[in-house]
Design a protein around this ligand. Structure first.
Ligand SMILES: [Zn+2]
Length: 292
């Protein structure tokens, strides 16, 4: 059966698929020739750099700042782990049911294992009274959960393309849990929880969203070198990055030891949250480049 993805892949000779099903505002932009060059060079892995960290601690956000967190990228940094637990076994669920309550327990658990913890804000939301953090994956968590519930079949197609297979029943169970959550801590509460933790990392990203390409990176031990892209292409041509290779290790870190079922469930939930975040924040013209 031909899916809408197959159709899209044949539309172009460039190594990307468009983000069909996306409903957000961030779109591929800029001079087409330059954008095509960035797309092709990202696909070769030219702009990947090594990282010795093993789990996501930095957001996929394409923007830069003076002191950037170094490590694997995923939606919201630690939010990807928090959501993966919330949509599966809820091992870290707080008594009061809040996402920040679960986050505190998870941070303690990760730091006991000497694993990195990171989250970000942006320069437009540093005011103390502002309930938003500046991280869309965090501030728009309710919309992202709604997206998971609404478009799980579309999301499953992306998981299938990226991973080669997708657990349909597991995905539907994830979507059901996403639909069930009605309360979300504010983005700023989530940000402050990490900011107020010793040895956790925060960064305040600068500028506006100018991402044109969303990189899905499957090469273990690497992440996107945004400064290298900036040096070649300037601030108009930036890229999001989801380091999908790091999700299984992150899932293992927040699962019962050697419980393969739980690890697979949480890896899938992380895949789903990261794709849903792109569908909420980006538009259908966003270019998705998978680096294998
Ligand atoms: Zn973010």
């Amino acid at each position: 059966m031909e899916t809408f993805m197959d159709t899209r892949e044949t539309e172009t000779t460039l190594p990307y698929i468009e983000l069909a099903g996306a409903e957000g505002a961030i779109e591929a932009q800029g001079d087409l020739e330059r954008l095509d060059e960035l797309t092709e060079r990202l696909a070769t892995g030219e702009f990947l750099m090594e990282t010795d960290k093993t789990i996501p601690c930095k957001c996929k956000d394409e923007r830069l700042c003076a002191h950037m967190i170094e490590g694997p990228n995923a939606a919201g940094g630690i939010l990807s782990l928090l959501v993966a637990d919330d949509l599966t076994t809820r091992r870290f669920a707080a008594k009061d049911g809040t996402t920040v309550g679960a986050l505190q327990k998870m941070i303690a658990h990760l730091q006991e294992q000497n694993l990195p913890v990171g989250v970000h804000g942006d320069e437009h939301h540093v005011n103390l009274d502002d309930p938003l953090s500046g991280c869309g994956a965090n501030d728009k968590l309710a919309a992202i959960y709604a997206m998971i519930a609404r478009k799980i079949d579309t999301i499953l197609e992306y998981v299938q393309i990226i991973r080669g297979d997708a657990d349909r029943d597991g995905a539907y169970a994830t979507a059901t849990r996403a639909q069930a959550r009605t309360r979300f801590s504010s983005g700023k509460e989530v940000f402050n929880t990490v900011k107020n933790t010793e040895d956790a990392q925060t960064e305040i990203l600068e500028g506006e969203h100018t991402g044109s390409v969303a990189v899905i990176n499957l090469r273990s031990g690497t992440t996107l070198d945004r400064e290298a892209i900036e040096a070649e292409f300037g601030p108009e041509y930036r890229a999001f990055c989801d380091d999908f290779w790091s999700f299984p290790a992150a899932a293992a870190a927040i699962s019962e030891r050697d419980n393969e079922t739980e690890i697979q469930q949480k890896t899938l939930a992380m895949d789903i949250y990261n794709i849903a975040t792109s569908l909420v924040l980006c538009g259908p013209g966003m270019r998705v480049v998978i680096v294998r």
